[in-house]
Design a protein around this ligand. Structure first.
Ligand SMILES: C[S@@+](CC[C@H](N)C(=O)[O-])C[C@H]1O[C@@H](n2cnc3c(N)ncnc32)[C@H](O)[C@@H]1O
Length: 217
């Protein structure tokens, strides 16, 4: 999702000065729009995709977890940042959308490093082995589940490991006292939970819809 709170001209300028997506990601964006209609807005934005690849490379992550895969844009960006032997484990409840992701992993020659686990992430994340620490996790699923995913991932995260939580600005609604719907409340509670957690240092980045970077001490 793009930053809705940015002046459109500034947003265009930002895209014009960020390395653009390649043909494969452009094709995925197009296909997602065709099959998912309005829901295509769930896909991360191109600048965020570039950021995910870069951060995966920068922290030399070997074991990466994604919660919320949809048609696969963010998973491709994460997987492309992995070094040799690196692995990305993706969680989602939907076979319909993730079938598209699987097809694009094939096209992108990433099937050797990406695995998909279907089912509610709150259950399936607990199946990850405790003896293989997670270096980097990206949370981009149902907003009401963020706090649960965060706690499970914190227990699996290596010291110095990172959790990236998407949509933490929620189009600015988290900061608007007149808004009080369930999604907004869940994100405010999640943002407060992270702030109060003395196990971590965090920074909320105004990329796309807000991306909180959380580093475990
Ligand atoms: C915002 S989309 C993810 C977008 C994706 N990161 C991308 O770049 O295209 C959210 C995804 O979370 C999934 N989801 C919703 N509830 C879930 C749950 N309880 N467990 C796992 N995945 C869930 C949805 O099926 C959907 O595909």
């Amino acid at each position: 999702m793009k930053a809705t709170y940015l002046d459109p001209a500034v947003g265009q300028y930002l895209f014009a000065h960020t390395t653009p997506p390649d043909d494969l990601l452009d094709a995925l964006t197009l296909e997602t729009r065709e099959v998912a209609g309005d829901r295509a807005g769930m896909q991360i934005s191109p600048d965020q995709g570039r950021f995910l690849t870069m951060i995966t490379q920068l922290c030399r992550a070997e074991h990466v977890v994604e919660v919320g895969t949809f048609t696969g844009y963010s998973s491709i960006c994460l997987a492309r940042g992995l070094g040799p032997g690196g692995r990305l484990v993706c969680f989602d409840v939907q076979e319909k959308w993730t079938a598209i992701a699987r097809r694009y992993w094939e096209k992108a020659a990433l099937t050797d490093r990406v695995e998909l686990r279907i089912g509610p992430a709150a259950d399936r994340l607990r199946e990850l082995p405790a003896d293989r620490p997670v270096d980097l996790a990206f949370i981009d699923a149902d907003k009401g589940g963020y706090a649960v995913y965060y706690e499970i991932l914190m227990s699996l995260l290596a010291p110095g490991g990172l959790i990236l939580a998407d949509n933490t600005l929620w189009s600015g609604r988290v900061a608007d006292p007149t808004v009080d719907d369930a999604g907004t409340r869940a994100l405010r509670e999640f943002n407060d939970l992270v702030m109060a957690d003395d196990r971590v240092t965090s920074v909320m980045l105004p990329i796309a819809d807000g991306l909180t970077m959380i580093r475990k001490h």
